[in-house]
Ligand binder design. Sequence first.
Ligand code: ADP
Length: 359
Amino acid sequence: MSLPGPTRDAIVERLRTVIAPGSDKDVITLNIVRQIALDDGVARIEFELPPGAAPFQEQLRSSTAAALQHIPGLRSVSVECTIRANRATTSMPGVRHVIAVGAGKGGVGKSTIAAVLAVGLQRLGFRVGLLDADVYGPSIPKIMGMEDMTPTGDEHGRIHPPEIEGIRVMSMGFIVPPDEAIVWRGPMAQKYVKEFLDRGAWGELDFLIVDLPPGTGDIPLTLAQSIPLTGAVVVCTPQDVALLDAVKALRMYQKLAVDILGIVENMSYYLCPHCGHRDDVFSTGGAEKAARDLAVPFLGAIPLNVAIRVNGDGGAPLSNFTRTEPFVRDALESIVKALVAQVEAKSAQRSPLPQLRIS
Ligand code: ADP
């Protein structure tokens, strides 16, 4: 009597035990199995992974092979991974996603978070650019440690943004001396930002992070309108006043039909490095509640932390991930991942994932 051959159901059941690396869900729940082919005891499993998951392919191959190896009658398993081409959500050629970082008012850490997002995304393997469009106070060159750099031009009239940590960066601050206050009206700011977008040699980018001016006045409004945005992240601090301002900023983006990718609560709490005591200096949790009330995603909370301030002033953005206390690094990484998840969810709504096909 011969043993029954393996069934597709048995394979699917075993795949339910394979947790996708970088996530806490199994590959069936995540709907990343594109095909299961079964022929005479030989199985071929094909995964389609989102762009950010490229580094996890090997891990996924081996955990899948391990999960399937004891299925009776299965003679061999091959696992293939393809990386899903991420559809561009912008009209900028070569740039897949343009993400604005805005705030209801100045001083809440908007530029700091824009730099954190750029570096965090780069660390996940994405190709990233950072455009400082905060004409009121272009602080990105300082935060990124690029104050002595300048863009270069070429014979085709292209502007080449200087690069640091693999991130291409463009800022008004490279062009206007830092002590010269930039007092422009919307159309003037718009003209410069348009030049940076149209003539900037950004190359192929997964993400262009745009640090927008704070508030809802003429300049942020004009810029938010004229940049082909995938969506916006709004940064606020927990106090009521900042939140009210943040809500105004959210409403501005919504009126312009810009997707809100999420709210970040910065300076959310302080953990004493000596005794571990937690202080909610500006109260806490307000942004999360506002996000719930407004039905927009909450990306996470960032502590008030001396290292973040020192790294910002010292132009060492990478150190926020490599030389801070683990709770700071974890908070930053989790916000970057939450942003990627939001962008992917929005892309998936525009181009649904392929359904499981069993042949
Ligand atoms: P904005 O762009 O909103 O005006 P910045 O990013 O320039 O704000 O931040 C203002 C100041 O606050 C900077 O000195 C920055 O280093 C500091 N800062 C921002 N976020 C934090 C934080 N989470 N902990 C400590 N200092 C912070």
